[in-house]
Design a binder for this molecule. Structure first.
Ligand code: R5P
Length: 327
């Protein structure tokens, strides 16, 4: 009934089954059979329906909304595989929830991103983690197990290189994104503008400074995630005020798209919002200017390389415009 395992199996949680299927297809395999149920009180039940003794298991689960359920489901799947004697368990977490709580910004705050790492690795027993564009790279250090931190930046760069836009400027919408935006600017051979943002309250964004020459430029804003879209809305306004063309591109790895996000982004000055499928976008949140690039080839290739003990860093190679890229 099942395809040969070749020693590895990919299992999917319920957060992003389409992505997991796509990864499996790319690797010419089928998904492992995992029984996932909810008890009447909301408790999660997970059990592999196939033998996993000695198997190199990969569990694909984004910890996107419902964040807490998805984290718990991932932990329970890992626990079930561990107790069923899987040889090694890799948590493939395309979007890592709670990443924005990675340090104490005020007294008595938690460091929830560390807590989640402990739940997955220390409590549940993951042996390895694969993730993409963490909100803060230092989160890798929260795990005492190998962590492969992949990035969608080369994929975005390829997308924009193929568009052959003239007069572009890459924009970091806040100080936290400067390094990533700088890399995208390098790939695109474009200048960089940095927007400084402050948050008077959670969920509120305010631009204080814009550093860069935007007059007549086409901005490409790089953002790790879009939640309410407040950061991007404030950034777009500031760019327009500073003379940018009303043809603004947004590249964002994780489309959380909560509350007013779609309304804020679906405006004529925004030419395209380019995201990936680390988080599924339901039909009601799709709008004509939204482009979704698939991260499945990148994750599939990472899984293949990890299983065969090959280098994963080769996946970070810079894009080339005339050489059709794989990722
Ligand atoms: C925060 O620093 C992140 O990089 C994003 O800018 C932020 O989380 C996006 O949230 P929102 O879309 O609600 O402004």
């Amino acid at each position: 009934m099942y395809l040969p395992t070749e020693g590895y199996r990919i299992f999917a949680g319920t957060s992003n089954p389409d992505l997991a299927r796509e990864i499996a297809e790319y690797l010419h395999t089928s998904l492992g059979q995992m029984r996932l149920e909810r008890f009447s009180d909301g408790e999660i039940y997970a059990a592999s329906e196939e033998n996993v003794r000695g198997v190199d298991a990969f569990v694909v689960q984004s910890t996107c909304p419902p964040v807490n359920d998805n984290i718990m489901e991932l932990a329970i799947i890992i626990d079930s595989l561990k107790r069923a004697s899987a040889e090694r368990i890799t948590a493939v977490v395309p979007y890592y929830g709670y990443a924005r709580q990675e340090k104490k910004d005020a007294p008595r705050e938690p460091i929830a991103a560390r807590l989640v790492a402990d739940i997955l690795a220390t409590a549940a027993g993951a042996d390895r983690v694969v993730t993409i564009d963490l909100h803060a790279g230092a989160i890798q250090g929260f795990f005492r197990i190998p962590t492969d931190h992949l990035t969608a930046l080369p994929m975005f760069a390829n997308y924009f290189l193929r568009k052959r836009l003239e007069g572009i400027t890459v924009v970091a919408p806040d100080a936290g994104r400067v390094k990533a935006a700088e890399k995208l600017a390098d790939y695109l051979n474009a200048p960089l503008t940095v927007v400084y943002k402050r948050r008077p309250h959670h969920q509120e964004a305010e631009v204080t400074h814009v550093v860069g020459d935007l007059e007549g430029q086409i901005p490409i804003i790089y953002e790790d995630m879009i939640a309410t879209g407040g950061t991007l809305e404030a950034c777009v306004e500031a760019l327009l005020d500073h003379g940018a063309k009303p043809e603004i591109y947004i590249a964002a790895t994780h489309p959380i798209l909560t509350g007013p996000a779609v309304k804020r982004l679906n405006r004529r000055e925004i030419a395209e919002v380019v995201v990936t499928n680390t988080i599924p976008v339901p039909p009601e949140k799709r709008f004509p200017r939204l482009r979704i690039l698939s991260i499945a080839p990148l994750l599939a290739e990472a899984i293949r390389r990890i299983h065969h003990n090959e280098s994963v860093s080769a996946l970070f190679k810079p894009p080339m415009v005339n050489n059709e890229p794989m990722y």
